[in-house]
Every structure is written in structure tokens, then in C-alpha cells.
Design a protein around this ligand. Structure first.
Ligand code: GDP
Length: 295
């Protein structure tokens, strides 16, 4: 995971780690390499600039800590700033004061929405909740069937009204069904499109207004790099997202999306998807990913 950025950042900082004394030139040279490493990882140019400026400023006016060498202190600053860039601390899901909690999953087709819906349902089940999956993707052929198959696999009920019904009605009826069944979490798999378009956003907004969900989570594919960030900005602008699920982080992704989404949109990444197999979603821990990147 994120091997490219990990090895280039480690290389950039490796020269500093062993040095007993650091000159300003040493720091400047390392920051140039950090900058290139982040750009190569497809991190947004503006984000890279702010990041490097902040690290440089802190590293040159260095906070002195007796237990660390100057080089180790720069590495620590990079670690802290990487963690901060990705949101600081883990952000949990908001749960409704009065159940059921309603979670709407939105995103483009192929991002991994249906898979994430099932993984999220499984996470809730493992935490002693009673989730209900709602199949509101009426456009993609087989999406409803796919959700039913996954639901069976993880033993979570799936509510559907076929693909002729209005998605907003499906979502509303799904919530009523949850109350009838005593389910305490409703996870709605909404329709995606190949590209962002107005009818999609209008439909999702109608659904959001009708249901007032506790969470509107964007499912976005980490492999698409900066496109993922653009998609997140656009969905956030239209819908007011409460968080992001970043999928396919197990693949050969350069890391730009993981490092930029939060800074570009202000939306926290709440979970990551690490494979096609239906397992509970992994909560996103910025500090753990930062230390994994820095080795
Ligand atoms: P949807 O159109 O957004 O509902 O997307 P799907 O859930 O059908 O997923 C599209 C494809 O991506 C499927 O082949 C999934 O198995 C795959 N996929 C979903 N999440 C992940 C993930 O975290 N990692 C990997 N490697 N593949 C994933």
C-alpha cells in the first residue's frame, strides 16, 4: 500500500536521520525532495506547497527536543504534518440520538459503493447493531441483485422495490421498513453515474432533504488520484458530505487522494476499502497511515 510515496519520502528523509548536526541547506535540500515525492504521488500542487512550507518553517526554527537528533526531529515534524494533513485524528460515524441512524452512500459508478455498503453493514453487525441495506440504485443493471447477494452472504436484510420505483420513495420506505423490523441502522446504496451530472445531484439532494440522513458518505476510488479529489469537491458542494470512504487503497495507488481529500474539501476520510472481499470496513487512522508511509 502506497509503496511509491513511502519509499521516496523515506529516501528524502533518510539522509537527515543519521546527521548529528543539520544546516539550513540540509533542510532545504530535504524539503525539495519531499516536495518532489509528494508531487509524484499525485498530491495537489497547492497542498504540497503549504505542506512543505509548514514543515520547513518548523524544521528551521526547530523546536528543540533533547532526546532526538535534529534529523529525527525533522522526520517527526513531517510525521505530525502528514497526520494533520489527513485530518489529525480518527473521525467516527455520527449516530442518531433516536434510531434508526440513516447513512446515505453516494458516488460515481464503479467506485465501490455497493461493496462498501455491504462492508459497512457487516461492521455494524459486528458491533451488535441491526442494519438494513436499502437498494436505491435503480439505474445500474444488477446493482439491486448484487446487494441482495451480498446481504445474504453477511446475513443482513436488504430492502428493495425493484428498479421502476423512485429512489427517494425507496429510501423513505426503507427507513419505515427498518422501524418495522427494529433495525437501528439504515444504509442506502444510491445510484451512481459514470460522470457527475445535474440529474444525479438533484436526485441525491431530494433524497437527502427527504431523509435528513445522519451521514452522507462519498465512496470514492483512491486509484483515480486527483480525479477523486475533484469528485469529492463537487459532491461536497452539491450535497454537504459528512465524510468519505476511500476505496481500493489496497491497489497500486500513488496516494494523492488519501493525502489531499481532507485538505481540499474539509471532509474527513472515515473509512478505507482494502479489497474486494466483504470484510468490515477499516476505520481511517491518519496517524497510523502517516507512520506506515514514513516506515
Ligand atoms: P459501485 O458501482 O460503486 O456500486 O461499485 P461496486 O461496489 O460494484 O465495485 C466496483 C468494483 O470494485 C468491483 O469489482 C469491486 O469488487 C471492486 N472494489 C470495491 N471496493 C474495493 C476495494 O476496496 N479494493 C479493491 N481492490 N476492489 C474493490
Amino acid at each position: 500500500m502506497l509503496e511509491g510515496i513511502s519509499s521516496s519520502l523515506q529516501k528524502a528523509l533518510g539522509k537527515l536521520r543519521s546527521k548529528g548536526k543539520l544546516t539550513e541547506d540540509d533542510v532545504q535540500a530535504a524539503m525539495r525532495e519531499v516536495r518532489l515525492a509528494l508531487l509524484a504521488a499525485d498530491v495537489n500542487v497547492k497542498v504540497v506547497k503549504q505542506f512543505v512550507d509548514r514543515v520547513r518553517e518548523r524544521a528551521i526554527g526547530q523546536e528543540v527536543q533533547k532526546s532526538l537528533t535534529p534529523g529525527q526531529q525533522v522526520v517527526k515534524i513531517v510525521y505530525e504534518e502528514l497526520t494533520e494533513l489527513m485530518g489529525g485524528s480518527q473521525e467516527r460515524l455520527r449516530m442518531a440520538a433516536k434510531p434508526p441512524t440513516v447513512v446515505m452512500l453516494v458516488g460515481l459508478q464503479g467506485a465501490g459503493k455497493t461493496t462498501a455498503a455491504a462492508k459497512l453493514a457487516l461492521s455494524f453487525r459486528r458491533h451488535q447493531h441491526r442494519p438494513l441495506l436499502v437498494a436505491a440504485d435503480v439505474y445500474r443493471p444488477a446493482a439491486i441483485h448484487q446487494l441482495e447477494v451480498l446481504g445474504k452472504q453477511i446475513d443482513v436484510p436488504v430492502f428493495q422495490l425493484g428498479n421502476q420505483a423512485d429512489p427517494v420513495d425507496i429510501a423513505r420506505s426503507g427507513r419505515e421498513e427498518a422501524i418495522r423490523q427494529g433495525a437501528d441502522v439504515v444504509i442506502i446504496d444510491t445510484a451512481g453515474r459514470l460522470h457527475i451530472d445535474q440529474p444525479l445531484m438533484d436526485e441525491l439532494r431530494r433524497m437527502r432533504d427527504a431523509l435528513q440522513p445522519d451521514e452522507v458518505l462519498l465512496v470514492v476510488d483512491a486509484m483515480t488520484g486527483q480525479d477523486a479529489v475533484t469528485v469529492a469537491e463537487s459532491f461536497h458542494q452539491h450535497l454537504g458530505l459528512t465524510g468519505v470512504i476511500l476505496t481500493k487503497l489496497d491497489g497500486d495507488t500513488r496516494g494523492g487522494a488519501a493525502l489531499t481529500v481532507r485538505a481540499a474539501t474539509g471532509c474527513p476520510i472515515k473509512f478505507v476499502g482494502l479489497g474486494e472481499k466483504i470484510e468490515p470496513l477499516e476505520p481511517f487512522h491518519p496517524d497510523r497511515l502517516a507512520s506506515r508511509i514514513l516506515g
